[in-house]
Write a protein that binds this ligand. Structure first.
Ligand code: SF4
Length: 407
């Protein structure tokens, strides 16, 4: 089928390095489901070595909630896909062709969200090859609108905003465009851009709850914050934001509690988390740990980000596109925004902890941290939402507290 597609300029630069990959998606403890159609195709295969392999390792999933989860690949104790040959290549893809791949293996690391007749495409930073391309790109990401042939199997989500009863949702494209524009405005540093984005989302959220919410009012709010983002003057945004270590303590404690689970998809990420908690001991005194992290932020993270703003800009833009910001996560736009800031703040903590331990930080290590973070955290359906829930319970899900995390 031919569809209008919207894709970032780095999209076509990605290609899988397969057997050469240092953190392969085929050697990861993920749940790999096989949809019902694909499973039926396996059923009909003539007897062969591949058929034997498929029958041995792909089993019906008793807990399936949808046809997409009809069967599951049994990864075995080594967490490696049993369909790989000696060169690390997929035998289903090699011998049967991509039509026989399940949806995840067919698309990953590509992400396809079909919104209002436009297919939004991007690639996941959790893939090492994609992360290098995205995070090293120094110029602001540009988007291309084009028409392309698309396999219907690749459509991960189909969303229609036009008929929504929610006025704000009907303005999805204007809001996403403004959000990307604010995050890419290099007149301000990345923290200020994120904070102005938060001010926009807060205002939109408040507007949505008014009886007289209108498209015109939404556009006025968007214009207001685009203008603020574009002004040259220093807003001195951080002058009045106090240090509130309790928010960071929650972040650290959550990472500590989930330590063994978080690193399960990436040994490297497990190593980063271990180093972080060797450097700061949260159990003894949370405030002291936060102070140490703060010192490392000033000493290592701040100078690094001054020269590498583009890495975080590209990370945030790609996350917004992947997650259909600010509607794809949480129950409100504020939730989506908080989850964006939480991701940024967690990455900042891990980079700072590692830098403190090593006495330095460089671009390669930061790419590795962000890639493995995405692989472990973004593919865990619950970690960020649980963390947000805890912040909400303490009343920390406000713009003021998000500013504390950004500071
Ligand atoms: S993680 Fe990326 S580069 Fe590595 S095998 Fe998977 S798709 Fe290919």
């Amino acid at each position: 089928m031919r569809l209008i597609t919207l894709k970032p300029d780095f999209y076509d630069m990605f290609s899988c390095v397969a057997g050469e990959c240092e953190d392969s998606c085929c050697k990861t403890k993920w749940d790999i489901y096989v949809d019902k159609n694909t499973y039926r195709k396996y059923d009909k295969l003539a007897p062969s070595n591949i058929k034997l392999l498929i029958d041995k390792h792909i089993k019906k999933n008793k807990n399936a909630k949808t046809e997409k989860e009809y069967a599951k690949i049994d990864l075995g104790s080594n967490n490696q896909c049993p369909m790989l040959d000696e060169q690390g290549l997929c035998v289903i893809h090699k011998h049967l062709g991509e039509d026989y791949l399940n949806m995840v293996c067919f698309t990953y690391p590509r992400i396809f969200n079909y919104v209002d007749d436009i297919l939004m495409k991007t690639v996941s930073i959790s893939c090492p090859a994609a992360s290098r391309i995205i995070l090293r790109q120094k110029h602001p990401v540009e988007f291309e609108l084009t028409e392309e042939e698309v396999n219907p199997k690749s459509l991960m989500s189909i969303i229609c905003t036009k008929d929504s009863s929610r006025m704000l949702f009907r303005s999805f494209w204007d809001i996403l465009k403004a959000a990307v524009s604010i995050i890419q405005n290099r007149k301000r540093n990345i923290k200020e851009r994120l904070l102005i984005l938060g001010m926009l989302i807060k205002s939109l959220n408040e507007e949505e709850n008014k009886d007289n919410v209108s498209e015109e009012r939404i556009n006025i709010i968007i214009e207001k914050y685009l203008k603020i983002s574009d002004e040259n003057d220093n807003l001195n945004i951080y002058a009045n934001i106090p240090d509130k270590p309790e928010v960071q303590v929650i972040m650290l404690k959550n990472m500590l509690d989930a330590r063994s689970k978080l690193g399960v998809s990436s040994k490297e990420f497990a190593g980063f988390i271990d180093i972080l908690f060797q450097t700061v001991s949260v159990e003894e005194n949370g405030d002291v740990s936060v102070r140490k992290i703060k010192e490392a932020e000033y000493k290592y993270f701040e100078p690094f980000i001054n020269d590498h703003d583009y890495m975080f800009e590209n990370y945030i833009v790609n996350t917004m596109i992947s997650k259909i910001f600010p509607f794809g996560e949480g129950t409100t736009c504020i939730d989506s925004y908080c989850m964006l800031v939480i991701r940024y703040a967690l990455i900042k903590i891990i980079i700072s902890g590692l830098a403190m331990y090593k006495g330095e930080i460089n671009e390669e290590t930061v790419i590795k941290i962000i890639q493995s973070f995405s692989k472990c955290i973004d593919h865990d359906q619950t970690f960020i939402s649980r963390l947000l829930k805890e912040l909400k319970e303490q009343g920390f899900n406000t713009l003021a507290y998000m500013a504390v995390l950004l500071k």
